[in-house]
Design a protein around this ligand. Structure first.
Ligand code: LRH
Length: 489
């Protein structure tokens, strides 16, 4: 199988081979990704370039090995607009464009925060699809030119197979679709000026969308099936998480850190709304009750800034400098609006500390330490909030994704949450993607079966918590900062 996994920073095509017990992965090709301002000033993705990379790597892979099926997962919330002839109206916009901050304010004023949250139980965040579509409708003619809106993974499945459907976990990131009832929030959309005629048919993960068609069929993939995995990368990552304890916390750690628990059904209450916890659709009717934490994005942007200033450091070097600094000197709310858009992140971290009366970190190590500690504390708040709203304290944390390799962050997470932290697999998303294809192909029975295979294919690294009152005090301090920032939003 080919698992195509596209993240905000990079994309790759992974070859996945199953021997009946283990899933072996091997990266067939990797390429950069990133949003940039286009001529009209909007932050957009270069989807044409991504498609060229994906097609070339798939064709190269097919030249050396038969590919039974292919599936694509990507970051959530963004979408492509398809014209009647099936072409893209334009390159998809990126959720980090500041237009969405304005649109969110307008939407809250128009219909109220409760209505927005109640539609699908999705955390009210600037990045949500609903705010981008609202701005499209109010300020552009993009929607007039479109017949259908597809989420980004669906756009790739469309390019591969011609299908014009959206997969349920991908649709669920729109904040306009409830995967448990299968309903689009048509009334809310219309009230916000978003034409609901754009909403496509929804299919479950594991649906066979047909054989590869078009030029790729001539490049060795004519017999390859297109099987939609959980198109949302976070859903795929959690499918590929070998939970150490039932009901344990997952952290899918990449550009974002998605922190929460898997449940049988959504939990949409005044408590979850107040805690701004999201209910994203998962595989086979599951729900992820989670919060988006700003994640490694802050460090990625710091690194880009330091490089621009002449310090070309890799993540391991940055982590080493951070580890040499004392813990918990200063704390920021990584989820503050300050850190959402690309830019000079070290300066923003320093400005945030100065504004809130914390010692201002100086130099690479101190800034990075502040970010790492702050991320771990943000995870702690989610664990506390989830325990509160569900009435159940989780017993462990499983970290997957690239961030699973960050030892300093893993230990800080154990210390901050007071829970054992198990790291791995870093490739959970590709495993989840390929695993859903395997279930669809009849090679695996179900999610539990798949997680057994993932566990058998992975070596975990564990970190035990070191109890400390300093982390409790810092968590309380962060709680205060979050409340302050939320009032200002
Ligand atoms: C992580 C992710 C996350 C979304 C964000 C836009 O890659 O999919 O779950 O909220 O990107």
């Amino acid at each position: 199988m080919a698992a195509v996994d596209l993240g905000a920073e990079s994309g790759r095509v992974v070859r996945a081979a199953f021997d009946g017990e283990r899933l072996a992965l091997d990266v067939a090709g990797r390429f950069p990704n990133g949003a940039r301002p286009f001529a009209d000033g909007l932050l957009r993705w270069d989807l044409d370039a991504l498609w060229t990379h994906v097609s070339d790597v798939l064709a190269g892979l097919a030249a050396s090995t038969p590919v039974a099926s292919v599936g694509v997962d990507t970051w959530g919330v963004d979408y492509g607009l398809l014209a009647a002839d099936g072409s893209l109206v334009d390159q998809p916009t990126c959720y980090r464009d500041p237009r969405q901050v304005r649109a969110m304010r307008e939407a809250v004023e128009r219909v109220g925060a409760d209505r927005l949250y109640g539609a699908a139980g999705i955390q009210t965040m600037e990045i949500n699809t609903v705010f981008a579509l609202m701005d499209d409708a109010a300020r552009t003619d993009r929607l007039d030119r479109a017949e259908t809106m597809l989420m980004i993974p669906d756009v790739f499945h469309h390019l591969l197979s011609g299908a014009r459907v959206t997969e349920s976990t991908a649709a669920s990131t729109s904040a306009l679709y409830r995967s448990d009832t299968g309903q689009w929030a048509v009334d809310l959309a219309e009230e916000l000026g978003i034409p609901s005629r754009l909403f496509p048919e929804v299919v479950p993960a594991g649906t066979d969308l047909g054989a590869v068609t078009g030029p790729l069929a001539e490049r060795g993939l004519g017999r390859t099936r297109v099987i939609t995995p959980t198109g949302h990368d976070t859903a795929a990552a959690v499918v590929g998480t070998p939970f150490a304890t039932p009901g344990g916390v997952f952290i899918s750690s990449g550009t974002w850190s998605l922190v929460g628990v898997e449940r049988d059904q959504p939990l949409i209450t005044a408590g979850t709304a107040a805690a701004n916890l999201t209910n994203e659709g998962g595989y086979d009717g599951t729900t992820r009750l989670l919060r988006n934490v700003m994640g490694l994005w802050v460090l990625q942007q710091c690194r880009a800034q330091w490089r621009a200033e002449g310090h070309d450091l890799d993540y391991a070097q940055i982590a080493e400098l951070a580890a040499a600094e004392p813990a918990l000197r200063s704390v920021v709310n990584v989820n503050a609006q300050d850190f959402l858009a690309p830019g000079d992140m070290p300066a923003r971290v320093q400005a945030y500390c100065a504004r809130h009366g914390d010692p201002v970190p100086q130099g690479v190590g101190a800034v990075a330490r502040c970010v790492v500690d702050s991320l771990a504390l943000a995870y702690r708040l989610v664990v506390d909030d989830v325990a509160e709203v569900t009435g159940r304290r989780p017993g462990s944390v499983n970290v997957t994704g690239g961030g699973a390799n960050h030892r300093l962050l893993a230990q800080a997470t154990a210390d901050a949450t007071g829970l054992p932290v198990h790291c791995g697999p870093a490739e959970a998303t590709a495993l989840g993607n390929a695993g859903v294809q395997l279930i669809a192909l009849g090679e695996l029975a179900d999610l539990a079966d798949l997680r057994r295979v993932v566990a058998a294919s992975t070596e975990l690294r564990s970190h035990e918590p070191r109890a400390s009152a300093a982390w409790d005090d810092a968590a309380a301090r962060l709680r205060g900062l979050v409340e302050e920032d939320d009032r200002a939003r």
